[in-house]
Design a protein around this ligand. Structure first.
Ligand SMILES: NC(=O)C1=CN([C@@H]2O[C@H](COP(=O)(O)OP(=O)(O)OC[C@H]3O[C@@H](n4cnc5c(N)ncnc54)[C@H](OP(=O)(O)O)[C@@H]3O)[C@@H](O)[C@H]2O)C=CC1
Ligand SMILES: O=C(O)CCC(=O)C(=O)O
Ligand SMILES: [Mg+2]
Length: 413
């Protein structure tokens, strides 16, 4: 770590022994505030999380927050060219469990995603995004309560990993020549103006993600795991993801085929099935109750996260976590981005980061505090004191600011 990072004088590190977290009563937890609306959201969220811990444990437990920097704030603190300081990666590495706000990624040119870089650096291979309906939240669905899915999105591979070659560069020309002359690709157009992206999907990467999804389904009494893919078109990447998933379910979890397969069933009854991604996007609207735990590749998981979040009220209430189940590293993070047009206005919905914090508390085993966060949020929504995004579709609602929304949640715990 470096001298820009001020380690709290109190508190201890969370450690991992034999796959289990050892959580002290005063864990040091690194956080990144985030760009855009990140600071408004973090200010509200940290108050809610601290209040829940205080109320649940009466001072016996307390989180010691450690600020680390990424994105625009890293530029301010470390200098203009630094977006993701090594000290930040080291802090998330050393303290195991952290939380972050959204970070800006420019479209087209500019820096590559810092969010993706952090996931890659720490090998946080599972992006876990539960999508659940909170009673009273305005939704475009007739029966939003039927939506209860947890997405397991592979987080380190796929076209999303950022291996790209820009049209007009020597690298793109080399790639084009290689494909035409050495790989015999002749049936598709390759004008000189082509850019290229590479889609790596490995057996190990797919298996560890699908293993985590199945284990989650078992641990949480879920009904099914759906492998969502576009394997009819991308046969050796998305199609292989599906095949590796079924093989793993049989080999490691004792699944047996149903009616000659490929669907299969675990000894405890959980169904392992698969569905092609475009069809899945209609099924989640038409028959959401048929889907439960979802395992999918990186880009599909990104699209699905926002689409499913919309069904339960939008990405203002969509939490998530990036986890490596083997090393114990976990960085909690909302599904949404920086929503820059609302930056500094104290109007944005902080629920996604608050619920990411709730996931963090549960990850620590601090379920009493996590339950208080949910209870406070539930009651605040039922009282119709909500931020603009919910208020605009909720008859009779009082629109409150981000900071006021946090006040209501705390009062309702
Ligand atoms: N993990 C991360 O850090 C992520 C970062 N990003 C980055 O964020 C930037 C902006 O991306 P963009 O595509 O606009 O997506 P955003 O998620 O930032 O915002 C899209 C729209 O979603 C709604 N929204 C987002 N967050 C909230 C919230 N907390 N409460 C209520 N509504 C919300 C708003 O809708 P409305 O206009 O209807 O009010 C907003 O305009 C980009 O640079 C992108 O790369 C994007 C996703 C994840
Ligand atoms: O990194 C980014 O800017 C976008 C990431 C994103 O949309 C996501 O992970 O859901
Ligand atoms: Mg996204």
């Amino acid at each position: 770590m470096d001298d820009k990072i001020k380690i709290p004088t109190q508190g201890e590190k969370i450690t991992l022994t034999d796959g289990k977290l050892n959580v002290p009563d005063q864990p040091i937890i690194p956080f990144v505030e985030g760009d855009g609306t990140g600071p408004d959201i973090w200010r509200a969220s940290v108050r809610v999380l601290d209040a829940a811990v205080e109320k649940a444990y009466g001072g016996k437990r307390k989180i010691e927050w450690l600020e680390v920097y990424a994105g625009e704030k890293a530029n301010e603190v470390y200098g203009e060219t630094i977006w993701l300081p090594q000290g930040t990666i080291d802090a998330f590495g050393e303290y195991l469990v952290g939380i972050k706000g959204p970070l800006t990624t420019p479209v087209g040119g500019g820096i590559r995603s810092i969010n993706v870089a952090l996931r890659q650096e720490l090998d946080l291979y599972a992006c876990v995004r539960p999508v659940k309906y909170f009673d009273g939240v305005p939704s475009p669905m007739k029966q939003p309560e039927l939506v209860d899915m947890t997405i397991f999105r592979e987080n380190t591979e796929d076209i999303y990993a950022g291996i790209e070659y820009k049209a007009g560069t020597p690298e793109a020309a080399k790639m084009r020549d290689f494909l035409i002359n050495e790989m015999g690709v002749s049936k598709i157009r390759f004008p000189d103006s082509s850019s290229f992206g590479v889609k790596p999907v490995s057996k190990e990467g797919s298996e560890r993600l699908i293993r985590a999804a199945i284990q989650y389904a078992i641990d949480n009494g879920r009904k099914s795991v759906s492998l969502v893919h576009k394997g009819n078109i991308m046969k050796f990447t998305e199609g292989a993801f599906r095949d590796w998933g079924y093989e793993l379910a049989k080999r490691e979890f004792g699944a047996t085929e149903i009616d000659g397969g490929p669907w299969c069933q675990l000894p405890g009854g959980i169904i392992i099935k698969d569905i092609i991604a475009d069809n899945f996007l209609q099924q989640i609207l038409l028959r959401p109750a048929d889907y439960d735990v979802i395992a999918t590749l990186n880009l599909n998981g990104d699209y699905l996260s926002d689409a499913l979040a919309a069904q339960v009220g939008g990405i203002g209430i969509a939490p998530g976590a990036n986890i490596n189940y083997l090393t114990g590293h976990a960085v909690f993070e909302a599904t949404h981005g920086t929503a820059p047009k609302y930056a500094g206005k104290d109007v944005i919905n902080p629920s996604s980061v608050i619920l990411s914090g709730e996931m963090l508390l549960r990850h620590l085993g601090w379920n009493e505090a996590a339950d208080l966060v949910v209870a406070g949020l539930d009651k605040t929504i039922s009282q119709k004191n909500v931020t603009y995004d919910f208020a605009r579709a909720m008859p009779g609602a009082t629109e409150v600011k981000t900071s006021e929304f946090a006040d209501h949640i705390i009062a309702n715990m």
